[in-house]
Design a protein around this ligand. Structure first.
Ligand code: FMN
Length: 703
């Protein structure tokens, strides 16, 4: 039963002509599926609707070929051909009992139009502000372009109604939506009635909001998503300007959706910003309009949500990442099952789906993006199909998830952990600077395991092949993790680096175990390129070591461009006093320091150091797996039917991948294998009718 304190979160709220059943609002978020995998997206959104989000939105939807932000895979509403995909999504949201929102976007300066090859459009002549520095410039929009844009937007609203959306967004946020560019002094230097004063800069937004209301004609609500502060001081949109915008337009949309700054500022990771970080920027805006207001802030705590509503900051609790980690979050609060909430850890692996153009993934929720493809569900799983019992060896992220999901299926499970702690690498890494929220991966699973009487957890239980074979397990899954290499092998070096026996060499595992270099001057060689190198550098620098981070990549933690952290990471380590050498690799380690080479010229240098930390690659702990494989002839006698490896013990990867592989093991145990090489359902592009064109029909004009 729900705690009555939270009743207010479940009050219905009117948004213009439609009514939300409660205050939980899944704000627009892309998912790397979009136009390529619309059924994948539809099923993902449906699960959120089932999970109690009163409003479930699409991601940004390109309204026209001049708004093409390919290679990102978003939705499109370029013309009627896109309607079936969009309609499937709204249908699934409605099946789950929610209002369907569509975020119509003309991306203006942000669309390089790589696929459509149209000329980008912006308020002024400027290079496009795409993530990839595409060598393309936008053309300053003429009055006739502005008229076209208004027409395209109206058409998109019309199509959204056809596709049965209940809420139609006008996107003016994140420096992505083109209307943001018109609003911001940073991008708009026009001298006509669309530039200069705030009234002029807001004109296009007002016109498009009014157009949208006219076309929606009371059949759908119109929402406006806007950045409340561009965080650029007087060069960009300021909070006080936004107060004036609401003064001018406060009653024009049916709903205001507030975000902060650029997308990087808005979806900040837990390493760089706490829950509800946007509160000071949003507080007070609701009082400037009678229309309901939604805001975001990686909300996972029901008490924080309550505070937002009770103190008059927000009407709706907006969520992207918390709804990805736990699509059933509202329902769990409603049913009083707070301990079952799978809290977002704020790692932004979800964002990497978009940047890598692959279906969205989540560290906490391995079923994210797999709802349609594999039929997985975040709360339900098929009942076991045999009486088998299973030994899971290792209680890191893969083992914990395998044990939890197998337990949920009803199998008898023994989870054996060699150490005194659950969680493996997650427990160790969550003690590092900025990563404390990651322990939620362990907390959630530990909490669930407590409820499963068919799962026994054995601590300090290192298993050998003899132990496995002498006991009565039908299936064994090895999830024993991995260790960081001490020989420098990684991406740059595929063979061991010469390391002098007397050199002081540590790995991240040593540092996490409390070991430190003997001397003060430390070189950290990061050839891993994700978060850990910079985190360890920050830790050592804060402890007083003189740290130089050397990496062959162009950026520190280069892969975190995909989690939108790369700039913040660099800033943090600069502030921590870490020296950085990019585009260089360590080629030899001596007691006096390291030899390095330039990644381009091969020119050598020597860097003095008392100690070296190598963050390069990991080796799987697969000894038990191979021991058991080598004794396959004994399996039948021991009634042992399968031995499998999962997580880092199988192949080191992200924590998200480890959790996913544990889940996959549990889903697939005893199930018939996929009929062909593709283990998941996919949406294959339908072929168009062949054109009658100069490609095929003579005569050709060749002169
Ligand atoms: N905001 C948009 O307005 N349009 C988008 O298409 C969009 N895509 C996103 C994709 C991902 C994976 C994430 C995590 C966020 C995205 N956002 C987008 C921003 C979110 O809507 C939200 O404002 C932001 O993540 C902060 O909310 P949260 O803390 O609840 O995640």
């Amino acid at each position: 039963m729900r705690d009555p304190r939270y009743d207010i979160l479940f009050e219905p709220v009117k948004i213009g002509p439609v009514t939300a059943r409660n205050r939980f609002f899944q704000v627009p978020h892309c998912n790397g599926m979009g136009y390529r995998d619309p059924s994948g997206e539809a099923y993902m959104r449906r699960v959120k609707a089932e999970g109690g989000w009163a409003v479930v939105c699409t991601e940004q939807v390109e309204i026209h070929p001049t708004s093409d932000i390919g290679p990102f895979i978003e939705l499109r509403l370029w013309d009627d051909q896109d309607l079936p995909a969009l309609t499937r999504i709204s249908e699934k949201i409605h099946e789950g009992g929610s209002l369907a929102g569509i975020e119509l976007a003309h991306n203006g300066l942000n669309s390089p139009n790589l696929i459509s090859r149209e000329t980008p459009l912006g308020p002024q002549n400027l290079p496009v502000v795409s993530w990839n520095y595409d060598p393309v410039q936008a053309r300053a929009m003429t009055k006739s372009d502005i008229a076209d844009l208004r027409h395209w937007h109206k058409e998109a609203v019309r199509r959204s109604l056809k596709a049965e959306y209940d809420i139609v967004y006008v996107y003016a946020g994140h420096a992505i939506g083109g209307l943001h560019h018109f609003l911001s002094r940073r991008y708009n230097n026009r001298t006509d009635e669309y530039g200069g004063s705030l009234t002029n800069r807001v004109r296009l937004l007002r016109e498009i909001l009014e157009d949208s209301r006219e076309v929606a004609d009371g059949k759908a609500a119109v929402a406006c998503r806007i950045s409340v502060d561009e965080l650029l001081g007087d060069e960009g949109i300021t909070r006080s300007e936004i107060e004036d915008v609401i003064g001018l337009l406060g009653e024009t949309p049916d709903l205001w959706d507030f975000v902060l700054g650029s997308w990087e500022d808005d979806s900040v990771t837990s390493r760089f910003g706490p829950e509800a970080e946007q509160e000071p920027y949003v507080r007070g805006l609701k009082q400037l309009t009678t229309k309901p207001v939604v805001g975001v802030g990686r909300f996972t705590s029901p008490d924080t949500m309550l505070h937002q509503v009770k103190s008059g900051i927000l009407d709706f609790i907006g969520a992207a990442r918390p709804s990805i980690a736990d699509p059933y979050l509202p329902r769990k609060i409603e049913e009083g099952n707070l301990e079952d909430i799978r809290e977002c850890i704020g790692c932004n692996i979800c964002v990497s789906g978009d940047f890598t153009m692959s279906p969205i993934r989540c560290t906490q929720n391995p079923t994210m993006g797999e709802e349609f493809r594999r039929g997985w569900h975040p709360e339900r799983i098929k009942v076991r199909s045999s009486e088998s019992n299973v030994l899971v060896v290792g209680a890191g992220p893969a083992g914990l998830e395998a044990a939890r999901a197998l337990g949920q299926r009803g199998y008898t499970v023994s989870l054996a952990e060699a150490s005194r702690q659950l969680g493996g690498r997650v427990t160790r890494e969550s003690k590092l600077p900025g990563l404390s929220a990651w322990i939620r991966v362990v907390d959630y699973r530990q909490q669930q395991l407590r409820k499963l009487s068919n799962v026994d957890v054995f601590m300090e239980s290192e298993m050998t092949a003899d132990d496995v074979i002498d006991n009565d397990f039908h299936h064994v899954v090895v999830a024993t993790g991995s260790s960081w290499r001490r020989d420098g092998v990684g991406r740059w070096h595929t063979h061991a680096v010469p390391v002098d026996d007397h050199a002081d060499v540590l790995t991240p595992d040593d540092v996490m175990a409390g070991l430190r270099p003997a001397g003060n001057k430390v070189v950290l060689f990061d050839d891993d390129h994700y978060y850990l190198g910079a985190v360890v550098a920050e830790l050592l620098a804060k402890e007083g070591f003189d740290v130089t981070l050397i990496t062959p990549a162009a950026h520190v933690s280069q892969w975190t461009t995909n989690t939108m952290e790369v700039v913040r990471i660099r800033k943090r380590i600069i502030k921590a006093g870490v020296h950085v050498q990019v585009n260089r690799a360590v080629t030899a380690v001596t007691p006096q320091g390291v030899r390095t080479v330039c990644a381009f010229t091969g020119d050598e240098q020597f860097v003095d150091a008392d100690g070296v930390v190598l963050v390069t690659a990991r080796l799987p702990h697969d000894g038990l797996f191979h021991d058991l494989q080598s004794r396959e002839s004994e399996w039948a006698g021991a009634d042992l039917r399968s031995v499998r490896g999962i997580g880092d013990a199988w192949a080191p990867s992200t924590i998200a991948a480890a959790v996913w592989s544990g889940h996959r093991y549990a889903e697939e145990l005893d199930e018939p294998p996929a009929p062909g090489p593709v283990a998941f359902r996919r949406e294959v592009t339908g072929l168009s009718i062949e054109p009658v064109s100069t490609l095929t029909i003579p005569p050709f004009a060749t002169a």
